[in-house]
Design a binder for this molecule. Sequence first.
Ligand SMILES: [Zn+2]
Ligand SMILES: [Zn+2]
Length: 124
Amino acid sequence: MEGVLVTGEARAALEGECVRCLEPIDDEIDVRFQELFLYDDQVTPGEEPEDDGVSMLEDDLLDLEPLLRDAVVLALPFQPLCEEDCPGLCVECGARLKDDPDHTHEAAIDPRWAGLTALKHDED
Ligand SMILES: [Zn+2]
Ligand SMILES: [Zn+2]
């Protein structure tokens, strides 16, 4: 009666990077949306709702862009991952742990003893 109810589905390509290992992510996202667009003759001239969240038809046309943008942005993962259990990067060397899960480093020298390595070098 007072407008046109729009229901739809959209698919968009996602590009980003994993928050843990920075691998590029290529994915797709599917969103559904629904919105009531009011006829613009429902509004008394001079009392047009500006930005109060009401969608209006404009001369029998409707602008889907804000609707699509909101639907997609809300559906985006907050922390995108290349895969569910991405192990991230090695804190020592920055290697991607998924490519090289078994790599190890020699035990780091306890900073309290670090001065001793300098002494040893002097001896040489
Ligand atoms: Zn990752
Ligand atoms: Zn490492």
